[in-house]
Each structure stands twice: as structure tokens, then as C-alpha cells.
Design a protein around this ligand. Structure first.
Ligand SMILES: [Zn+2]
Length: 184
């Protein structure tokens, strides 16, 4: 049996999604809240309920089982949850709906992002240089220079392949090292 469409799943969960304070026309991961700027937002003013629901089929979220199939979970919309690939990978395989929902409720893409940045800052032992890094990042010209060096064009953000946080921090590390050695 094929899974119901993302729209069908959303239709089932729409009231829950709104109760969480989300806008049905602005799709995000149901766990961490990750979104794609306004790329998948329904931009049509006065869109109908049908149009808003249908729009969810476009969103790059995955259909995840709440109770895993291995534990007898069904393929009904009530047992499916839309999450980004990161959350899907990390989510618990559980027999408990409550345990699943507690986990999803605690996810936060911004905190995850910050934690990953800190992890890579530690990798490159840049803990003492965070103020300096913040200063570099607030200088538009330097920021552009650092990232164009690794082939990221700031004006193409969100279009190309995903660039990992380690790639960003490695580029900053490389820049700081050259600066220390007075190569730049
Ligand atoms: Zn997520």
C-alpha cells in the first residue's frame, strides 16, 4: 500500500498544526520547525482551504510513521507525521505516540544549528575566537570573500546543493589561519 499524500496527512493534522501557532500556508518541519524562507509558502492571497492543503505536496518534508511499521503502526494519516530528513533520521522508533510527540516537540532547528556550529568550532579549536568570527561574519565583504573561496555565492543561497556547517567553519578556520600567518 502506498502512503497517503502529504496533503492528505496535513489535512488530518491541520487543526493540531494551527494550535501550535503555525500558519497553514507557511509549511515547516513539524518537529524542528525548519523552513525554506518563503519558497514553499502559499503566496496567493485569499487561497482556499483546498489550495492551502494541496500546497503541502510541494514541500520537501518526509512522511514519517509515528508508531513504526515494525511495531504494527498503520499507514493512515493519523500515524504519519511530516518532518525534515534530519528529524526523520533522528526520531525515535517507538511504540508510544506520547514518546514520539514529546521528542518532536523538543526539536528546534535553530538550537540544533547552534549546537552543530559549536561542535565544529571545537573541532577547529576556535573557542577563543568566537568574537573575532562574529566580527568577520558581520563584515559583508570578508564574509563574501570567505564563502566565495569555497564556491558559495551568497546570492545563490538556498538554490544549490546543501552546504554543511563543517564546510563553513572549515572555510573560516582557513581564513583565520592565513590571517594569522599574514598571508592575507
Ligand atoms: Zn526537522
Amino acid at each position: 500500500m502506498t502512503l497517503p499524500s502529504k496533503s492528505k496527512i496535513f489535512e488530518y493534522w491541520i487543526d493540531w498544526y494551527r494550535r501550535k501557532g503555525n500558519d497553514s500556508g507557511e509549511p515547516c518541519c513539524w518537529a524542528c520547525g525548519k523552513y525554506w524562507e518563503d519558497k514553499y509558502d502559499i503566496k496567493k492571497p485569499g487561497a482556499t482551504r483546498e489550495e492551502i492543503i494541496k500546497n503541502w505536496n510541494r514541500v520537501p518534508l518526509q512522511r514519517c510513521h509515528i508508531i513504526a511499521k515494525q511495531f504494527g503502526g498503520s499507514d493512515e494519516p493519523s500515524n504519519l507525521f511530516l518532518m525534515c530528513s534530519d528529524c526523520h533520521d533522528k526520531a525515535p522508533n517507538t511504540k508510544s505516540v506520547e514518546a514520539f510527540l514529546i521528542w518532536t516537540d523538543k526539536q528546534n532547528w535553530f538550537i540544533n544549528f547552534q549546537e552543530e556550529v559549536m561542535k565544529e568550532i571545537n573541532t577547529y579549536e576556535l573557542q577563543d575566537r568566537i568574537t573575532e568570527i562574529n566580527e568577520l561574519m558581520s563584515n559583508k565583504k570578508i564574509k563574501q570573500e570567505i564563502f566565495e573561496n569555497i564556491g558559495i555565492h551568497m546570492n545563490q543561497r538556498g538554490k544549490g546543493a546543501q552546504i554543511t556547517i563543517s564546510t563553513f567553519i572549515a572555510a573560516i578556520f582557513d581564513y583565520l589561519r592565513k590571517q594569522d600567518e599574514k598571508l592575507i
